[in-house]
Ligand binder design. Structure first.
Ligand SMILES: *Cc1c(COP(=O)(O)O)cnc(C)c1O
Length: 424
């Protein structure tokens, strides 16, 4: 990790050219890499030596961008994945297998909820969902002997619940399991979960990190803080020999790099959710301005939230940086410089009024996306969360009338003017 400040890391981390090399990170648009000795290639396959041999496992463009994200989060190792879904899938399946269990905060992105509630269940891994605002006792009651991880989103999409990191970290560590945080919405500009006890961080880089809605992507970062050896019985995949690599033991051979090396060497090898180097290149350009964009997203969102709060047709507004919000205090504690550009609100006319108002917007578009430069809206109950019944919607923190508003970085007066005419 470099000592630079976060703004400098956004620009400089991950890639440092040697004399005469390209100043800008090149796209290594190559599936494969040449070696002069067959024996050396063999050592790469045995993980005896590190080096590139096939892009499904590793690619220099991807590695440079992963190293930048790693540095931004303050971690020790990181990898890119093809999507945020792949990142959250790998983050769990790297340490859990059929017969295991995880504990999750229930306020989650709809895709992550489906993944953990249904898809990994079919693979034998069961999830217990807890109210993120639960008491320590309620959280405690969710654990089982076979629990392998605790998961939550730093700012839940779209419930905008700010996770009480310290409460969840304490419970996870008391049970000898890592605390995994999806930090997509806050980004490392506004919050670094490792500073509050998280062990692993995941991202949908599709959102603010790329920032321009150009590429789907994900990332996993390891803090290096979790002691797998001290909880060896729970994590045999990391602490006992891997026969597919001649019996190497990840924790012994790779130390703090064990978790990410295993995820690359096993999951990426077998499941293949690699990010295209071309997309990693574009993501890297997005990362260079992340520190400029996030404050503007937050500033604009706060102004829109204040406007909506004072509008007679608006029933409620939720934005964690808005004084009086249910999560204002947690947001001030964990992300005092700002939360994100996403807010939610409901109209007095309910679900039907929401749909009608959205159709009247001119500049602010209805899109299945969030957290990019352009302002957009979505009605989760009709779109991202449409698979859920009313009960599941409420557990995920999604009221049926909820409009998710992703405030972009246009001039805020233009954003508010568009909302004003739609509300008319
Ligand atoms: C979008 C999103 C995901 C899924 O990411 P994709 O890149 O769309 O696969 C996961 N978590 C959060 C918080 C998200 O907003």
């Amino acid at each position: 990790m470099s000592d630079y400040r976060i703004e400098t890391k956004c620009i400089q981390s991950g890639y440092e050219p040697d004399n005469g090399e390209p100043r800008v990170l090149p796209i290594y648009q190559s599936t494969t890499f040449r070696y002069t000795s067959s024996e050396q290639m063999g050592r790469l396959f045995d993980l005896e030596e590190s080096g590139y041999f096939y892009t499904r496992l590793q690619n220099p463009t991807n590695d440079a961008v992963a190293a930048k994200i790693c540095d931004l989060e303050g971690g020790v190792a990181a990898m890119l994945t093809s999507s945020g879904q792949a990142a959250n899938f790998y983050a769990i399946m790297n340490i859990a297998q059929a017969g295991d269990h995880i504990v999750c905060a229930s306020a989650l992105y709809g895709g992550t909820y489906n993944l953990y509630a249904h898809t990994i269940k079919k693979m034998g891994v069961e999830a217990t969902f807890v109210d993120p605002d639960c008491t320590e006792e309620e959280l405690e009651a969710a654990f089982r002997d076979n629990t392998k991880a605790v998961f939550g989103e730093s700012i839940a999409n779209p419930a905008l619940v700010v996770l009480d990191f310290e409460k969840f970290a304490k419970a996870a560590h008391a049970h000898g399991v890592p605390f995994i945080v999806d930090n997509t919405f806050a980004t490392p500009i506004n919050c670094r979960p490792f500073e509050w006890g998280a062990d692993i961080v995941t991202h949908s880089t599709t959102k603010y990190m790329d920032g321009h809605a150009a590429c789907v992507g994900g990332a996993i970062v390891d803090s290096g803080n979790f002691d797998w050896e001290a909880n060896a019985g729970k994590f045999p995949g990391l602490t006992t020999p891997d026969e597919t690599y001649h019996g190497i033991v990840y924790t012994q051979k790779f130390g703090k790099g064990a978790y990410i090396t295993k995820a690359t060497a096993q999951l990426m090898r077998d499941l293949g959710s690699i990010q295209a180097p071309q997309n990693a290149f574009l993501l890297n350009i997005g990362l260079e301005t992340l520190h400029l964009r996030m404050p503007r997203h937050c500033e604009n969102a706060l102004k829109v939230a204040e406007y909506l709060k004072n509008h007679e047709k608006v029933a409620w507004v939720s934005y964690p940086s808005l004084p009086g919000d249910k999560y204002y205090d947690l947001a001030q504690k964990y992300m005092p410089n700002g939360t994100c550009g996403v807010l939610t609100f409901g109209l007095k006319g309910g679900r039907d009024a929401a749909v009608e108002m959205m159709d009247k917007l001119k500049m602010v578009a209805i899109v299945t996306h969030v957290a990019d430069a352009r302002s957009c809206v979505l009605h989760p109950a009709s779109h991202t969360h449409r698979q859920m019944n009313e009960q599941e919607l409420l557990e995920a923190g999604v009221q049926p009338d909820l409009i998710r508003f992703s405030v972009g970085i246009e001039n805020v007066e233009d954003i508010i003017a568009d909302v004003a005419q739609a509300l008319e």
